[in-house]
Design a protein. Structure first.
Lengths: 302, 544, 330
């Protein structure tokens, strides 16, 4: 087995690239900016209630629909609640849904892609046809239908969005596995008698990580957009808990009286998504310059 | 007894079914507040996309009307009629149109008392069990055929056998045509509210059999009303023209040459269309826009107290809501004035009972609960030995005011240590959960009621069809049973007052407010009034 | 990527192509079948059914049973599915539970609005993306390139519903130039048709355009780095001549791919944008069907949307395969 170990070292070469990658990433100013904004967002997400000047449901009807001022930087909504506090606290839900949904898609999609790409044949056909079905589904309708079945709520929104993104990870992983499988070191490992599991996890997975990492970051951006779209349609977090999409939807009814109700949550979405995109782009440039399929994951809104 | 729910969306099913759904009795009501479309976003179509033959379609309207200085009113609806069969729809948008196409045996007048319509007069037998209606002579359907008593019998039987409103004939034994001009209805028990039941709104319309036989009733309604249906298309909306043979033609009615109903689901767009003069009339104004619109030159906002009421109910099959003190504590802790202001921007009247003050015949002023009285509420909770209470509120974004109200109530109840968890689901799911009793509290509204039986019986009688909250008070049952057959108006009112008091005291429903009915129109429109039952009638309307 | 010209495809093996087509179409049929099964299953798992909705709160078990029977919802699920499928294969998608209209009619009625919006949005997207992408590739590294990149980054990150709402705020409510929502058929008034089209088309067009811009840029950039470009440059051709003669013919395959994908999305209806602009397209038809539990309409609409999407994918793949026979191997 000593030969096999030798190969392990050779074949896991990409992992040792971590440092290079980080250096390349840091050199990318936009990616750094994105990282900084995301760090701030995570802090806001964790400590939202502490930072926010008001509670999420501090109703104050006499002061409803007031324009941005010193006491309410982003103005108040139709129930007199502080829009800024609600925007800040809503960051948590967006990030949570984004991370968990994409985590779900990763955990389900990557193994499917690995198995499909490695074993090929019937199992590949079956799995890929299943992914085709999911993929050819209009994404937002799929998510809406899943939410109709499971009931609205954050947890269910995560599952719905996760399912929608699963085929992308499966396809990308499979594609990379197909390329990698043909490489010399895999054939060598196989000829040296390494088991499937060992080959998949020790040799293939590390070599297909780059596109998956890039895809993860970019998918986070779009998962957050998806969550916003769903909550815009009233399907995410339950009121009075704030969600950016939902705040925007409510703001539509008061457009003439209180445009700030819609402007600020929208900006929050834009900034968050853009930050993930910057980081994702930076990662791609650093890890995987040729990877091009990533943006395909964005249809319209979902 | 129409529930807000049955607006355009729901109702909607054609299913061509015999649905005894909770459609309506009092006229149609309006979504006073927001357009359901706004938050949920799933509005009905503005205009469905035309099929490929569109190019040919638009001709209809122009050819239908003579030319020259035609007075065609353009009316904007906030939602799209699902179908035009009066017995099968419960969509308010459909009734806005059908109100002007069909007639009922009698009809609610401006003060909501029942007035002659197709029936010129009626007699009640001494035992109160036989009602004999004499039909107006010379009434013609839009297809030219004379109306006869058989049409009434046919229409009522169709409603009973297949329509959504068969339950309204609960006390009716037989309906017979005595001769061409006389209809006799025999009852199993005295029914003082029979007229409201069988003719309170256009869901009880008299139709010609032939339009059922040829299957055209859902798409090409033929009635006896002031306007004839001309066409419906995604591009043009619904076009009606003057019925020259209308039975009130002698009075010069209708005055308009025609009406075009167009559908604009977005409330803001609808307002803009009125302001720019693209339309003459709109069916509802978002409450937050009433003030600015009222101050605008050239626009009139019609606003009258409506017959609808908004409420919530606690699930009495679940502890601790089976304890009347807990229900009373919640009824005491909420602040109706604040809820009303929050949800309706003041275009409503807070009320602790169901029947609005504007319904003078049946109003019973009774307000036992404090308003946001935290101490009293806390005392009631302590008395009941309840603390750390969590209430799950079932609401639906399809009726966005329920979500708004629930958030206000959540903030108010927090003051007495009650946590409100809002469960906002789509209306289909809402119905399912309500029907299965899966809620701590549900919130909605009932719209278009006139008679107190409609306000109370089905909701609060132990056997009532809408009693999902599980209320059972034998005294209330006795009172409601007695009141529905009591023919003396004063005695009947006394019974309902007693029942109402018990229902409010027991907090079977926790009533919130009665919203106003609101329409708006341009000043060139004359002879139109916003009605208490929200029926949209254009027969006397003029256009300059 | 090696230099490829658009002609000289004579070496294409026709039999191979036919096999490729047949295989792809079978895959497509399978995917559609899968989609129909998924929709069917989801809709029958969902709480609430059309009969329940029709009955409303006035629930009566007998009436419920009778109505359920009348619309055939009492039959075993498998039977319901196969009878639907059998009809669907013959082109009969059934009638709406909601209003009794044939589903095919409902879809066809919404097709003009959907197609109009999709094509208009794509037009905007291409008008923006092609010049922007090419210029930023050719001038790569300049401030112009950064500006284009930044703008496209904003476009990609922009929620369409927010963009739409902002356009309404600006162009409809504040400036009053354009209607805020609705649709007017071309046959009624070309002017109104166009006015109503602008905002929704802009909303999604700019987003699609941003996505396409990035693809165009990277495709052109890649082509610019090929040897034959160096050769051409050495021959003294101007930069624009190079772009026109050598770069574009080689860059357009990935561009076609992404444009096709975008069109596939757009033709399926864009739910949220349609909601915001009250656009009577397929997305809203399907969304309303979910809400009303109008199973037949949802089935039909989703099937159609998936069909559009898969067909466009197939067409793109065929174009791709014709241009690059290697694709068929994989």
């Amino acid at each position: 087995m000593s030969g096999s170990t030798e190969f392990d070292r050779l074949a896991t070469k990409p992992v040792s690239r971590t440092r290079e990658t980080l250096q390349a990433l840091v050199a990318n100013r936009l990616a750094v900016a994105g990282l900084i904004v995301l760090s701030l967002l995570v802090i806001v997400g964790i400590f939202g209630e502490v930072i926010a000047p008001y509670g999420i449901n501090d109703i104050d009807i006499p002061n409803r629909l007031t324009r941005p001022s010193g006491s309410h930087w982003f103005g108040t909504d139709e129930l007199g609640r502080d829009v800024m506090s609600r925007v800040l606290i809503a960051a948590r839900v967006s990030l949570q849904v984004g991370f968990i949904a994409v985590g779900f898609a990763l955990v389900v999609g990557v193994p499917i892609g690995l198995v499909s790409g490695y074993y090929r044949g019937t199992i590949d056909s079956v799995l890929m046809r299943m992914m085709d079905v999911l993929f050819s589904f209009p994404a937002i309708l799929l998510a809406i239908a899943i939410l109709a079945v499971l009931g609205p709520g954050v947890g269910n929104a995560m599952i719905a969005i996760g399912l929608v993104y699963t085929p992308i990870f499966a396809r990308i992983t499979r594609g990379s596995v197909l390329v990698v499988s043909g490489e010399v070191y895999i054939r060598a490992a196989r000829s040296l008698g390494a088991g499937d599991r060992r080959i998949i996890f020790r040799h293939i997975l590390p070599n297909v990580l780059a596109p998956i990492i890039v895809q993860t970051t970019l998918s986070l951006a779009f998962a957050i957009l998806s969550e916003a779209a769903l909550s815009f349609l009233g399907l995410g977090v339950q009121p009075p808990n704030p969600a950016w999409g939902r705040m925007l939807a409510e703001g539509r009814n008061f457009f003439e009286q209180a445009p700030w109700m819609g402007i600020f949550p929208g900006l929050a979405i834009l900034v968050t998504v853009m930050s993930f995109n910057f980081v994702g782009d930076g990662l791609r440039d650093a890890l995987d310059p040729k990877q091009k399929s990533v943006i395909e994951s964005r249809g319209q809104s979902v | 007894m129409r529930r807000t729910k049955y607006r355009w969306r729901v109702t909607v099913l054609v299913l061509a079914l015999a649905l005894a759904a909770a459609a309506c009795s009092g006229g149609e009501s309006v979504d006073t507040g927001d357009d359901a479309t706004t938050t949920s976003g799933i509005a009905a179509e503005t205009t469905a996309a035309p099929a490929s033959e569109t190019t040919a379609a638009p001709a209809t309207e122009t050819t239908a009307a003579p030319a020259a200085v035609e007075q065609i009113l353009i009316a904007a609806q906030g939602s799209e009629p699902d179908q035009l069969d009066p017995h099968m729809t419960s969509a308010y948008a459909s009734f806005q149109v059908l109100e002007n196409v069909y007639d009922t045996l009698v009809q609610p007048g401006a003060d909501l008392s029942m007035e002659p319509a197709l029936a010129e007069s009626w007699d009640i037998s001494a035992d109160n069990l036989t009602w004999t209606f004499t039909l107006r002579s010379g009434v013609k359907f839009h297809n030219g055929r004379d109306l006869v008593a058989e049409d009434v019998v046919y229409s009522f039987n169709r409603i009973i056998e297949e329509g959504l409103n068969g339950w309204r004939f609960g006390s009716v034994e037989t309906i017979t045509a005595v001769d061409d001009a006389t209809v006799a209805i025999v009852l199993s028990r005295p029914s003082p509210n029979l007229l409201v039941s069988i003719a309170g709104f256009k869901g009880m319309a008299i139709i010609p059999k032939e339009s059922v036989d040829d299957g055209s009733i859902g798409t090409k309604p033929v009635g006896t009303g002031p306007f004839r249906f001309v066409s419906q298309s995604p591009d043009e909306g619904i076009v009606l023209e003057k019925n020259p043979d209308y039975w009130r033609a002698g009075e010069g009615l209708p005055k308009l040459d025609g009406i075009r109903f167009i559908q604009i689901p977005d409330a803001g767009t609808k307002l803009t269309a009125l302001r720019t003069g693209e339309v003459h009339w709109i069916d509802a104004v978002p409450p937050q826009d009433i003030e600015s619109l009222s101050n605008e030159d050239g626009i009139t906002v019609g606003r009258v107290p409506g017959g609808d009421y908004h409420y919530f109910a606690l699930n009495q099959n679940r502890a601790p809501f089976d304890d009347v003190r807990v229900r009373q504590a919640i009824a005491t802790a909420i602040n109706r004035a604040e809820i009303t202001e929050a949800a309706q921007f003041g275009a409503a009247t807070a009320n602790q009972t169901a029947i609005p003050a504007s319904n003078a015949a049946w109003y019973y002023g009774y307000s036992p609960y404090g308003s946001g009285d935290i101490a009293a509420a806390q005392a009631l909770l302590d008395d009941a030995g309840v603390s750390n209470l969590t209430v799950e509120f079932l609401v639906t974004s399809d009726f966005p005011e329920t979500v708004t109200q629930a958030q206000v109530i959540a903030a108010e109840l927090a003051a007495v240590g009650i946590t409100v968890e809002i469960n906002d689901v789509d209306f289909s799911t809402w119905l399912d959960l309500e029907g299965n009793g899966e809620f701590d509290a549900f919130m909605l509204s009932w719209i278009g009621n006139i008679d107190p039986d409609d306000f109370y019986y089905a909701q609060h009688h132990s056997e009532g069809g809408f009693n999902f909250q599980g209320y059972s008070n034998p005294d209330v049952d006795t009172l409601l049973d007695a009141a529905r057959v009591e023919t003396d108006q004063a005695a009947r009112k006394a019974l309902y007052d007693q029942a109402a008091q018990m229902i409010v005291d027991d907090a079977s429903y926790i009533y919130l407010y009665n919203p106003d009915n609101i329409n708006a129109w341009r000043d060139e429109v004359g002879g139109y009034t916003t009605r208490g039952d929200n029926a949209i009638r254009f027969e006397e309307t003029t256009l300059q | 990527m090696s230099p490829r010209s658009l002609t000289g495809q004579s070496d294409l093996d026709e039999r191979n192509m036919t096999g490729f087509l047949i295989r792809r179409m079978m895959q497509m049929a399978l995917a559609l079948l899968g989609v129909s099964i998924v929709v069917f299953a989801l809709m029958h798992l969902v709480p609430g059914d059309p009969v329940r909705v029709a009955l409303g709160t006035r629930f009566d078990q007998d009436l419920y049973d009778a109505l359920t029977k009348r619309v055939g919802l009492d039959k075993p699920l498998i039977e319901q599915y196969f009878s639907w499928l059998a009809n669907a294969i013959t082109g009969d998608l059934g009638v709406s539970f909601r209003n009794g209209q044939p589903v095919t009619t409902l879809i066809l009625e919404r097709l003009p609005a959907t197609v109009t919006l999709a094509l208009a949005a794509l037009l905007i997207a291409l008008v923006v993306a092609l010049p922007a992408g090419i210029i930023s590739a050719v001038r790569s590294g300049t401030p112009l390139d950064y500006t284009v990149s930044a703008a496209s980054q904003v476009g990609i990150s922009m929620p369409d519903f927010w963009a739409g709402v902002m356009y309404i705020l600006l162009f409809a409510l504040t400036l009053g130039w354009l209607p805020s929502s609705g649709y007017t058929p071309f046959s009624n008034s070309a002017w109104e048709w166009a006015r109503h089209l602008v905002l929704p088309a802009l909303t999604i067009g700019l987003i699609s355009g941003s996505i396409i811009t990035r693809f165009v840029r990277s495709a052109v950039l890649e082509a610019l780095n090929q040897d034959y470009v160096l050769t051409a440059r050495a021959k003294g051709l101007s930069e624009w001549q190079i772009v026109r003669r050598h770069v574009l013919p080689n860059a357009w395959i990935p561009i076609v791919t992404i444009v096709g994908l975008q069109l596939g999305f757009l033709l399926g209806g864009v739910v949220v944008t349609e909601v915001i602009f009250a656009w009577p397209g397929l997305g809203r038809l399907a969304l309303t069907a979910v809400k009303d539990r109008d199973f037949t309409v949802l089935q039909g609409a989703v099937l159609y949307i998936a069909f559009m999407f898969l067909t466009i994918n197939l067409v793109v793949d065929i174009i791709y395969a014709r241009l690059d026979p290697r694709v068929r191997v994989s």
